[in-house]
Ligand binder design. Structure first.
Ligand SMILES: Cc1cc2nc3c(=O)[nH]c(=O)nc-3n(C[C@H](O)[C@H](O)[C@H](O)COP(=O)(O)OP(=O)(O)OC[C@H]3O[C@@H](n4cnc5c(N)ncnc54)[C@H](O)[C@@H]3O)c2cc1C
Length: 573
């Protein structure tokens, strides 16, 4: 696998960091008048020592974090990823053993503080906004998914910052950060995956304490890492079975209190332990309020996880592209490098521009969350103020963009890795190169944390009702298009999108509507990415010409896709 600092060697990534993201805006939203730095001056609390005192310091800090992440990922993890995948996991008598090389590089990430990147400084996190988190995740996923999942799992627990009591936050968050806990989303059960409202694991209160009984399936790294501690954030029923989603609550359960009864044999992410977990009167700690488990807390946790999968898709696709390009430059057929053959070059060019689009969408989805998420922390915010209203609007945008970016980047990742393997020909089909691992690993991205079909269900309402004359999605599209001179094919794409939404709304049969929701969501994704690519082109300082070429190719493909979707919807049967 290509070795190098994955931050410093990726021009498109760097352009996002140095020229495209408006850090002034993000840092000011996140830092609340640099309150942590002021607090440090007063208290000398060592956890706040790195808190920036101005925007420039914050940017320099993010740069340092990304630089160190890019180095660990590209110089070290990339060099063991294939061996770790081939060695895989061992399971015996309830104990899972991970390859030692995997544990070693995970410790490197932890030493750099990258596990708890998104947690607040006061709990021991790096204290970085969602855009930086998304960038960190992309850099990590570029080298390997199994390893990144184990490190990044800790980030799932940042939902505790939002929903746990102050005592619980103080007790659990610093502990899980300093002890490098792995954290699992305790949702799926043997009979309930997408259908979470009907899960059956039960939680019963005895005295002041809660105890859980039931079986959870597909519990990623619930075993902990070779003897290190782990926990699941578990959804369990505290109401009756008939109470549906409202009868579900959210619990912390530590891995010392449950049994791992087996691990799955899988197509990909072979070094990521997918455990079956059995709770038998296992002690649980209730998080937040009873009955809010699924409707509030799990949805919050899943939204964070979905942004991370969007980064995973971008990271895997980037590696697949870089490896394929290198191979195509070196592989000689018919006395010339295959990269000079138009059919091969066409695949590589599409990969390059589609990845540029994926990265725009990944950053935009994280931006939309940053635009509202941190306002909750603002002291004395008047709910009627323009700032509060703006945050409300962006919350709605984020609720639509998050599933769009999870669906789109995971599907596009699969599509591009397919082509990358094709560039390798027969060699790509062997285990001699990383492509086969990337191809297998990519396949999980559009399944876990909610399948593509579930993301479509989550996005369709926000898109279609949001396209009314005063709707939020329309406002969003118009605002992001402001000041841009659209290429003809992008203007045309927007027009066809309007027709698609109108035609879909005219379908009266609900089954048909559900059947063709995908076409609407796909069309919205292509339009949003097209607009974001135009914005990037307009802002670019040194790569306008390249971005222009990308935009031209992207908009033609989009127009073709949307035209096809319109025909399908207008002929819906
Ligand atoms: C490697 C791996 C790791 C995982 N890690 C975790 C984890 O850490 N924690 C956890 O809780 N879970 C985890 N999962 C579970 C994962 O989230 C589920 O597999 C996924 O949500 C789909 O659920 P399911 O497998 O039960 O499929 P099903 O729900 O049975 O779905 C089967 C098919 O039906 C479709 N479908 C179902 N309902 C609908 C609907 N309403 N509308 C449209 N289509 C629908 C699906 O899209 C899919 O195509 C993991 C799974 C895997 C494979």
């Amino acid at each position: 696998m290509i070795k190098g600092n994955y931050f410093q060697t990726n021009e498109d990534f760097k352009e996002h960091f140095y020229d495209l993201v408006d850090w002034d805006e993000i840092v000011n939203i996140y830092e609340h008048g640099f309150a942590d730095a002021k607090e440090y001056e007063k208290t000398k609390n060592h956890r706040l020592e790195m808190a920036p005192t101005n925007v420039g310091e914050a940017i320099a800090y993010y740069e340092e974090v990304l630089n160190s992440c890019g180095e660990i990922s590209g110089e070290y993890v990339s060099q063991v990823a294939q061996d770790v995948d081939h060695e895989g996991l061992k399971y015996a008598n309830g104990v899972v053993t991970h390859p030692q090389a995997m544990v070693d590089v995970i410790h490197k990430y932890h030493e750099a503080g990258l596990g708890p990147a998104g947690f607040k400084r006061k709990y021991g996190g790096l204290g970085v906004p969602n855009i930086v988190k998304a960038m960190i995740a992309e850099l990590m996923y570029r080298s390997d998914s199994s390893i990144t999942i184990a490190v990044g799992s800790m980030g799932l627990a940042s939902i505790l910052e939002r929903c746990a009591s102050d005592e619980m936050k103080e007790e659990w968050i610093p502990k899980l950060i300093s002890n490098h806990y792995t954290v699992t989303m305790g949702l799926s059960e043997p009979d309930f995956g997408s259908d979470l409202p009907n899960i059956t694991t039960k939680a019963v209160k005895k005295g002041d304490d809660w105890y859980l009984t039931g079986t959870k399936r597909f519990q990623t790294v619930a075993c902990g890492l070779n003897g290190e501690p782990g926990m699941t954030l578990t959804l369990a029923r505290t109401g009756t079975q008939e109470s549906g989603a409202r009868g579900l609550s959210f619990f912390i359960v530590e891995n010392k209190d449950y049994e791992v009864s087996g691990i799955e044999k899988k197509l990909g992410i072979k070094a990521s332990a997918t455990c079956e977990v059995v709770f038998e009167n296992s002690k649980g700690y209730l998080v937040g309020k009873e009955g809010y488990g699924l409707v509030k807390y799990v949805m919050g946790m899943l939204n964070g996880a979905r942004l991370s999968v969007s980064s995973q898709g971008t990271g895997i696709a980037t590696t697949a592209y870089e490896e394929a390009k290198k191979y195509a430059e070196e592989r000689i057929q018919f006395h010339k490098p295959i990269i000079t053959i138009p059919a091969v070059k066409k695949m590589l060019d599409r990969m390059e521009r589609e990845i540029a689009g994926m990265r725009c969408l990944m950053v935009e989805a994280a931006y939309s969350v940053d635009k509202y998420y941190w306002t909750e922390d603002a002291k004395d915010l008047d709910p009627l103020s323009a700032k509060a209203k703006d945050a409300k609007l962006w919350e709605k945008v984020a609720n639509t963009l998050t599933p769009i970016s999870k669906y789109y980047n995971s599907e596009m990742c699969n599509d591009l890795v397919y082509d990358a393997l094709q560039v390798f020909g027969g060699a790509g089909y062997t285990e001699d190169y990383d492509l086969s691992r990337l191809y297998r690993d990519a396949r999980i991205t559009n399944i876990y944390d909610g399948t593509t079909q579930i993301q479509v269900n989550a996005a369709i309402g926000g898109i279609t009702s949001g396209m009314s004359q005063t709707g939020v999605f329309r406002q969003y599209l118009d605002q992001r298009s402001q000041g841009l001179s659209f290429e003809k094919n992008l203007s045309e794409t927007r027009k066809v999108f309007e027709e698609i939404v109108e035609s879909w709304k005219k379908i009266t049969d609900t089954t048909l509507r559900e059947k063709f929701a995908f076409e609407v969501v796909e069309s919205s994704a292509r339009l949003v990415v097209g607009i974001l690519m135009e914005r990037a082109k307009a802002k670019s300082k040194s790569r306008k010409d390249l971005r222009k070429i990308w935009c031209q190719g992207f908009h033609v493909d989009s127009l073709a896709i949307l035209t096809g979707n319109l025909i399908r919807i207008q002929n819906a049967i």
